[in-house]
Design a protein around this ligand. Structure first.
Ligand code: 9MR
Length: 617
């Protein structure tokens, strides 16, 4: 009796027994009626195997033979591919069988991503700093919490860092309240904030420019579950503005001179940086974060660490310039005063970055991540593109044309910008020039679009090289690999927007299929979605696995995903050398290199879910 009661009490929560993995893997959310339908099977057979598709009644509705892909390095498996894209009847309870192996029941549906796009956006509200998270806006009462860092005011770090480097501090404090916590920690980082807010705002801007009214309507005022749901402004824009408040507040007032490391320096473990007095007016601090890492779990309101502003960097300054310039054109008629404030901040930040082009995130601090980046060509290009699209000013046009990245796509163009990530933002500039109305010649805008399309072609070639058919072919999976894959899906989505070629949409579906279960771990990397979702993220509040009085995560949270290249946490260390790239992952809150969550990872999840859910106009 006691055992039964216990099972019942835990049923459905994060500690309930997990659904076992199956050999036949597919998107656990289901498949779209009109979309591609692929499943993968790990099987040693060297010859094709017959497969059967049955409906809920058990009647056979389609048959075929697997395609033997063969040995697949990314999964470490011998893979068979099952393609039943030709079957287009909606319904629940379909099953695929191959011999004695049977898939879980799955749905074929017209639209699959309505709930995911809402919950993926809800992630941002729930990671807000400086405001209570209210029960009426969240999925379960235990996800509500008091405000963390209600007033986030700090001065510059003025002590010795981990290497003994002494930082001079500053004679001011900044109130940088609001913003989103970055990830599992309570730091707020300008570098990572920039790409995240850009991605959210791009969902709005793309829909506005292309006239996708359904997407605009989905996030109209009152549609979100946030306190600003009755202010007459899109709830998506309201959410992004919470982060913009923080980004704007991280800008250094006029007339401030700081001692900063100029140019790249490699001081070694105990070496000292050379610090030089620099006019830092208009620059942005790299981050506002705790002096020491807090324990996991710690609710934001219980954080007792001293918080500091960490030294300004050129990269943070350009992130501020880019995001604020983008915001200035989006809010131009919605809130002219806010728009003007954003443009003024962006202009000053850009000038400050030009004046101080080589101040890198150096120093080793004990309570926050680095987000250090030694190549800022892409940040300069991105910020210039945003300022040019917003103002049309000739000085930005000249700088744009001088950039080696001008109009380049992630893998094509004069100098490809690389996979999109927090440290590789060049493609964001090209997306803006391809999408937002601007003064470039029509042929140049066509080139920007063509370069994005050509990059999408490379991604499709990558998909063809993979057993699991995802548009990603890295030999090693990086930290946050799921976001690399979803950022590729975003480029595929834009390529479809610009060309109408269904292969690009199919490629974006392939990426989402992988993230939601078509992978060797038979895992949905998104909480609350699919039969085997991630349950135990590395997060200081959604930490039920660490301590039962903390809540399990809400639905709609993306795990960083397999990481075979920096296996530095206690769980990953044990797996080193013993996992294929797509299997270097565990659903364990201690696995911070594999199972953390982050704003720059949930942002492309949101972008792609919103894009896939958009009805054809
Ligand atoms: O996403 C970042 C990843 O690309 C880096 O390799 C890693 C190590 O520097 O840091 C990741 O970012 C973390 C940040 O530094 C602190 N907050 C959590 C972020 C996600 O793990």
């Amino acid at each position: 009796m006691a055992a039964i009661a216990l099972t019942f009490a835990f049923a459905g929560d994060a500690l309930a027994a997990e659904e076992p993995a199956r050999e036949i893997r597919l998107n656990q959310l289901g498949l779209e009626v009109a979309g591609p339908k692929r499943a993968m099977l790990a099987h040693p057979s060297m010859t094709p195997l017959p497969w059967t598709l049955r409906d809920a009644k058990g009647e056979t509705v389609a048959r075929g033979r697997t395609r033997v892909f063969g040995d697949d390095a990314a999964s470490g498996e011998h893979v068979h591919q099952i393609d039943f894209s030709g079957f287009r009847k909606a319904g629940d309870g379909y099953r695929l069988t191959v011999g004695a192996l049977e898939s879980r029941p799955f749905a074929i549906d017209g639209r699959l991503y309505g709930a995911l796009k809402a919950d993926a956006l809800g992630f941002f509200y729930q990671n807000r700093s400086g405001i209570p998270i209210e029960a009426r806006f969240v999925q379960r009462p235990d996800l509500a919490r008091p405000a963390g860092h209600a007033q986030d005011r700090a001065t510059c770090f003025n002590k010795a860092d981990e290497r003994g480097q002494v930082w001079a501090g500053c004679d001011y404090t900044l109130d940088a309240s609001h913003g989103w916590y970055d990830a599992g920690d309570h730091g707020k980082y300008v570098v990572n904030g920039g790409i995240s807010v850009w991605t959210l705002l791009n969902v709005h801007e793309r829909a506005a420019v292309l006239g996708r009214t359904a997407t605009l309507a989905a996030f109209a005022d009152g549609k979100g579950r946030i306190p600003e749901d009755a202010n007459g402004v899109s709830d998506l824009l309201d959410e992004a503005r919470w982060e913009l408040d923080f980004l704007l507040a991280m800008q250094i007032p006029a007339g401030k001179t700081l001692e900063l490391p100029v140019e790249m320096q490699h001081p070694g473990p105990a070496g000292r940086l050379v610090l030089t007095p620099v006019d830092a007016s208009g620059m942005a601090h790299q981050r506002l974060a705790d002096e020491h890492w807090t324990a996991l779990p710690t609710a934001p309101a219980d954080d007792r660490e001293t918080r500091y502003l960490y030294h300004p960097t050129t990269a943070a300054t350009l992130n501020l310039a880019a995001a604020a310039a983008q915001a200035a054109r989006i809010w131009k008629t919605i809130d002219p005063a806010f728009s003007a404030r954003c443009l003024d901040a962006a202009t000053r930040a850009y000038a400050a970055a030009r004046r101080n082009p080589e101040i890198y995130a150096l120093g080793a601090f004990t309570g926050s991540g680095g987000y250090g980046d030694s190549n800022l060509e892409d940040e300069f290009y991105w910020a210039t593109a945003e300022l040019y699209a917003t103002t049309g000013a000739p000085e930005y046009e000249t700088a744009l044309r001088a950039s080696p990245l001008f109009l380049a796509g992630p893998s094509t163009g004069g100098k490809p910008t690389g996979d999109i990530s927090w440290g590789s933002v060049g493609a964001l500039g090209t997306v803006t020039l391809a999408l937002a109305p601007n003064g470039l010649k029509p042929a140049e805008i066509a080139t920007a679009r063509a370069n994005l399309i050509a990059s999408a072609d490379r991604y499709l070639a990558d998909a063809a090289s993979q057993g699991y058919g995802l548009p990603y072919a890295a030999a090693g999976y990086p930290w946050g690999s799921n976001s690399s894959i979803l950022n590729r899906a975003m480029v595929l989505g834009l390529a479809y927007d610009f060309s109408g070629k269904s292969a690009y949409r199919d490629g974006a579906v392939d990426a989402m299929d992988y993230v939601l279960g078509r992978n060797p771990l038979d895992r949905s990397y998104v909480t609350g979605f699919g039969a085997r979702p991630m349950l135990h993220p590395h997060h200081r509040f959604w930490a039920r696995q660490a301590e039962a009085r903390y809540p399990a995560p809400p639905a709609g949270v993306l795990s960083g995903g397999p990481n075979s290249t920096s296996m530095g946490d206690p769980v990953a260390r044990e797996m080193k050398g013993r996992c294929a790239p797509q299997t270097c992952w565990s659903d364990d809150y201690r696995a911070f290199t594999q199972n953390e969550v982050a704003i720059n990872w949930n942002a492309p999840l949101f972008w792609v879910a919103a894009w896939l859910d958009e009805p054809a106009d």
